[in-house]
Ligand binder design. Structure first.
Ligand SMILES: [Zn+2]
Length: 431
């Protein structure tokens, strides 16, 4: 009996051997992923802000805090993980695991780049962006944006320079401070309803909203795990009415909150892929996150729908005149074509070709902003450097990928859900 059983087991093992080859290569990814999380957490101890979110095992964070390796050791570890990933046989992986491996490779390359920067290595703007975010941004000269300024000039007639005129025009559309909370809440609720009509949100997902000051950004989603986000809105500068829906979609639905909650549900918990429990800010994941968050606005409010919702619901809530909504929408729409000028100005400033004063002047002129807003944009560039490409280039890449699904809204939402719930790399967006 015992003998027969043993023989049967041996036969089974022989039969199962070829099928087991795949899980073995897949299991290597599990080990690499765990080491990657540890590396990321320790790098986070060496650079504040390196880790944007973490909700994995608390003891890993405690261990990283207690004994973080020095930057040279972390660089060596990142190199080791890159080599280990390369050695994983892609032919023995399932299609899911192939994507997992590609995602991890991008994240590890970003760690190598960021740690090199921490060690004092200097990169050109394009090399830095490519190393961190997995895509080389094209840079247009400032003069390429002049025809767009000329177009906007016709929309906002009057005396004086265009940036001052546009700022004065926009100031008329500021949400009064005491109306900010109800307007933001109404906008987020609408973004959520439109997202929920297409994507099943994780059970119990929720967010807290708070208003803050003295930050280089205008809004931030802090993902806490368990489908919970803290959304912060910065009130240092006046918030124009169009920002309510933008922020609601970008930080909330179908933007950062939904992306993080879906990745947690489907990958971290669903598949046990621990690398998704940590989010290194300077990584290709940010190109996917910022790009999908920005494109999510247009997806949730196609055509005239944003204007119609703002006119009907948000303008009255903010005490603004709905009859003027169309003109304002036309100006903000035309300004969208200026988004990528941030990359050019960041490159010129970070490489020393523009000094601080000239960079602020260029931001005011080409982003059509007040001096205060231009200074805020420059402080963002100083803090986050080539990260600026994620908003505009990321958006263009997500848009092109999603809209390749054709004109059907349902098909577009299906593609969007795949982008924000699977391991997606910038290269995947080219498909
Ligand atoms: Zn964002």
């Amino acid at each position: 009996m015992i003998l027969r059983l043993a023989a049967a087991t041996a036969a089974l093992a022989l039969l199962a051997a070829p099928a087991l080859a795949a899980p073995n290569e897949g299991a290597k990814l599990d080990v690499i992923a765990q080491d990657f999380v540890r590396l990321t957490l320790e790098a986070g101890e060496r650079e504040p802000g390196y880790v944007d979110a973490y909700y994995g095992p608390a003891e890993w964070a405690a261990a990283a805090k207690a004994k973080p390796r020095e930057v040279p050791a972390l660089r060596a570890e990142a190199d080791r993980l890159a080599a280990a990933l390369k050695a994983v046989d892609g032919k023995a992986l399932s299609p899911d695991e192939v994507r997992r491996k590609a995602f991890l490779a991008g994240q590890v390359k970003a760690a190598q780049t960021r740690l090199a920067m921490l060690a004092g290595q200097k990169f050109s703007f394009q090399d830095e962006a490519e190393g961190l975010f997995g895509v080389r941004p094209p840079l247009k000269p400032l003069s390429a944006y002049d025809p767009i300024l000329a177009k906007i000039d016709k929309l906002v007639p009057g005396e004086g320079d265009l940036a001052t005129r546009v700022s004065a025009f926009q100031a008329r559309y500021t949400i009064p401070t005491d109306r900010l909370e109800p307007v933001m809440k109404a906008a987020i609720a609408e973004c959520k309803a439109r997202t929920e009509a297409h994507i099943a949100l994780p059970k119990g997902e929720r967010f807290d909203l708070s208003f803050v000051t003295k930050k280089p950004w205008s809004g931030y989603n802090w993902y806490k795990g368990d489908a919970h986000s803290l959304i912060e809105v910065n009130t240092d500068l006046p918030t124009p009415i169009s920002r309510a829906v933008d922020l609601g979609c970008h930080e909330g639905y179908p933007g950062h909150h939904v992306l993080n909650a879906l990745l947690e549900e489907k990958l971290t918990k669903g598949k046990g892929w621990v690398e998704f429990s940590v989010y290194p800010l300077f990584s290709p994941q940010s190109l996917i996150a910022e790009g999908s968050a920005n494109y999510g606005i247009k997806l949730a409010f196609p055509g005239e729908e944003k204007l119609n919702f703002e006119r009907k619901t948000l303008y009255p809530l903010a005490g603004l005149d709905p009859a003027t909504a169309q003109t304002y929408d036309a100006v903000t729409g035309a300004m969208a074509d200026l988004a990528s000028v941030q990359n050019t100005i960041a490159d010129l400033y970070l490489s020393g070709k523009l000094d601080k004063e000239a960079a602020v002047a260029a931001l005011a002129k080409y982003a059509l902003s007040s001096r205060a807003k231009a200074e805020k944009s420059l402080s963002f560039i100083e803090a986050y450097r080539s990260y600026v490409i994620n908003y505009n280039l990321g958006q263009d890449m997500v848009r092109a990928h999603v809209e390749r699904a054709g004109p059907s809204q349902d098909a577009r939402w299906t593609r969007m859900e795949a982008v924000i719930s699977q391991p997606t790399t910038p290269a995947d967006l080219a498909k």
